[in-house]
Every structure is written in C-alpha cells, then in structure tokens.
Unconditional design. Structure first.
Length: 315
C-alpha cells in the first residue's frame, strides 16, 4: 500500500505480560513501519527475550537496552524515548509514532491515522483514543480531544522536530506538554474518538493503588501548570468517577499540597501561562477571541530540560 513511511519508538520496562500483544498488533498492520526501536529500560523479566524472538523474524524491529542504575519515575520514560529516537537508522520517514508496550489495536490502525493526516495538512500530532481494558472491563476516560495520550502519539515529522525534544517532568505529564508545544508551533493536535485502541492495564499502575494514583494525578496537574480554577472543576468532575467522591478529593489533595508548598516547576513561566490561557478558553468560550489574540502574540518559549541530556527528570 503506497502510503508515506513511518517509524515507531516504544519504551518498555518489565512488560512481559503485554509486549507480545503489542508487537503482534504492529506486525499485522496493513502498512508496516520502516523501523521500530523498542527501548528496554533495564527490564528484569522476560521482556527482552520476547522482543528478540519477534525481531528474529521481523528485521524492522530492533531492541535497544539501557543499562545502569535508575529509579523508576515518569522521567525515565522520557529518557527511554530520547534514546529510541537517537537510535533510529531510518532517515527518510515522514511520520514518527510513540507507542507504549501495553497497547492493542486492529490491523488498519496506522493506515487510518496516516490517511487522517493526508486529509488535514495542519494536523501535526494525532492518535486514537485509549480504552482501559482490565479484568473484563472497558473504561473510556473523559479527555480533551485536542490532547493525545503519550501511549500512542503519532507525529508529522515537521511537528516532531519543531518540539526540540521531550520535557522530563518528574511527576509525569510530558505528553500534555508535547501537545501544548505542538499547538504553540502552529500545528493541530487531535484524538480521534472513533479510532479505539485497547490499553491493557490500569494507567500509572506502578504508582500504587487507585487512591494513590488519584493523588499523584493531582500532583501532575500542578506540575504541568493547571490553573487552580480549572483543576478544582476537574476534581469535581472526577468525584463522579470510581471511586466516587474520594477519587476527586484525593486528586485535589495532591494538587493542593503542591500549590500550598509552592513546589517548583521545571516548566518556564511562559509555558505555564500558555497552559492556563488555553484552559480559560475552554472554561469561558465567550472570552476566547480576546485570550486567543493574546496567545497568538506570545512567542513560542522553550521548556526547561527538553532533552535527555539535561539532568532533570507517563497519560
């Protein structure tokens, strides 16, 4: 099928239960990637063996292993992604996709995504919508369709290169900032709700139980610069999700604890300001023309620590 070439990068750590499913999803695609670099971030289970077994039959798959000591954090995902991008040997690709090692999708997924790009020249970053599939349940999270989950971000090359790298935020949220930076550089970002992919385990499961994860999401919301009013309303909305009420309260507790302690962010004030202006446009559409005009005058700033070489630092 004559569609523009693309490459993939996947960071994994101890994904032996799901990486084989993800690989099978990719090798069944109607349009295969030119190259797929899977970065094993010091895996201690059978993740590497599984990747090697598939790579032996499919030469476009390559495993890159990171060694040394590293505590698990959301920053490590960014460093693994940077290592994977640096390891790419293919130079003539037009699209680059980021893909987690616990995703399942049908055989026309990438063909359909690329066709959506062909239909919209302003589209710079896109992806399907991730449905959490766990213990027989399918949970579709509410999200802004102008943001794309980091588990399946797919970039037009010009958009990807305009970013200058990823932001390794310790609390997570690098994918939120990636979407923001793409829009700041004039590209459209879009999640397509009619293209579903299966996410095969709970989000941020490494952070512990559901309540602890809810609190961590509040800390992440602070780290990426969410406006207090916007975050308070989001926490109210989360009170209607499981676990009822307590999940939203735990998220608010995480945000409030960082806010009251005035925790330092690694993002520049310009990016935080841009985040909040976008959020105010969503909350108050009638002021969007005024705020939007101001946003258009803001120079696209660079975030602190946008490459893996910076000694700073996942949905």
């Amino acid at each position: 099928m004559n569609l523009p070439p693309y490459v993939l990068v996947t960071p994994v750590r101890n994904e032996q239960e799901t990486i084989g499913i993800t690989i099978q999803s990719v090798i069944r695609q109607t349009v295969l990637p030119e190259e797929w670099v899977i970065v094993s971030d010091r895996s201690t289970d059978r993740t590497d063996e599984t990747v090697h077994s598939f790579a032996a039959k499919h030469p476009f798959i390559r495993l890159v292993r990171l060694e040394g000591q590293s505590a698990r954090s959301f920053s490590s995902v960014v460093f693994a992604l940077e290592a994977g991008v640096s390891a790419l040997k293919t130079k003539d690709y037009e699209f680059i996709g980021l893909l987690d090692g616990d995703i399942r999708f049908d055989e026309v997924y990438y063909e359909e995504i690329i066709r959506r790009f062909a239909a919209d020249s302003k589209l710079g970053l896109a992806g399907g919508i991730a449905i959490d599939c766990y213990r027989g349940r399918r949970l579709r999270h509410s999200q802004s369709l102008s943001d794309v989950a980091g588990a399946l971000q797919f970039f037009r090359r010009e958009c990807f290169e305009s970013l200058g790298g990823f932001v390794p935020i310790p609390e997570g949220g690098w994918d939120t900032i990636t979407c923001l930076q793409a829009r700041m550089h004039g590209f459209k970002t879009q999640t397509f709700p009619d293209i579903e992919v299966d996410h095969l385990k709970p989000r941020n499961v490494a952070e512990g139980g559901l309540l602890k994860r809810s609190r961590q999401m509040g800390m992440r919301a602070y780290a990426v610069g969410n406006h207090p009013l916007f975050e308070m309303l989001r926490c109210v909305r989360r009170c209607f999700d499981r676990p009822l009420i307590i999940g939203g309260l735990m998220r608010f507790a995480g945000y409030a604890s960082c806010y009251l302690r005035r925790c330092k962010r690694i993002l520049t004030p310009d990016i935080v300001e841009y985040v909040r202006r976008e959020q105010m446009c969503r909350l108050f559409p009638f002021v969007k023309p005024i705020i939007g005009a101001t946003m258009n005058r803001v120079e696209s700033p660079k975030a602190v620590g946008t490459s893996a070489s910076d000694p700073i630092d996942s949905g």
